[in-house]
Design a protein around this ligand. Sequence first.
Ligand SMILES: [Fe+2]
Length: 269
Amino acid sequence: MTNREKFFAELEKKLAPHYGPPNYSAGNDIDHIRRVIQIAESARGIDLNHNRVLDFDSDELRAAALLHEMDRSKSLGKRVLRSGKKWAKNHLSQGEFLNEKALRKIGIRQMVLYYLRGSGFSTEAKTRIVNAVIEHPKFADDLENDSGVLIALRIGDKIDRMGPLGLISAAAHRGGSASLYDFNHPFGYGSTEEGRLKTIYDDHFRVFEWYAMLPCNAARRLAKPRFLIRIFFMRELAKEIASASGVKNRVEEDLRKALGMYYEEFCSE
Ligand SMILES: [Fe+2]
């Protein structure tokens, strides 16, 4: 076993208890991370349309994927904030103030660097990994400036949520905070912003919106087999909800809204 392999085996062992119940929902466990890596690796070499093909170092991707959920795990999330506050106490002058979001970003950086101790990564590689972990939830890719590892992580993380495992992960993840659907107004989905989601039906549309957000057509081609299953599932789910609630089935309007210009690819007529 090489030193790098030993490092990864130990890192997985350290992180596994923080991912998955009771510290994080099922679906955000170490297996999600393994699938993200697998999908991101399968995206290597795709054309990003900016005179650039997707390329990255596999070990950097592995480290970024292993660490990308740390802020959202209950146990690690607490440490992230503590670490950000500690840094602020030691580096900011009196009167300087950072909000929780900024403190968390600093905390993530500190914690990632902590977990990368002994990894043998260069300073540049560590910077790319820290950046990928911090930036992976951002809204849009910057295909000219984002590192390959960040783009690959974002592709893997999104596509893993699109297929059957993604469908059950959404229910597992929101099960404690959202109802399945709104009995009186099940269709016409509302905000897909995290924290404002009221139903798991709406959460599914958050993922439907990601199809257009994938960085290029080649990434969409990778996602399509999972997406076809998702669309089929959603149409069947909507039939059941419409029948149970006694309201008109308006799922196609919701799909059209979420998929935008890509709706025609999945048109049922
Ligand atoms: Fe993730």
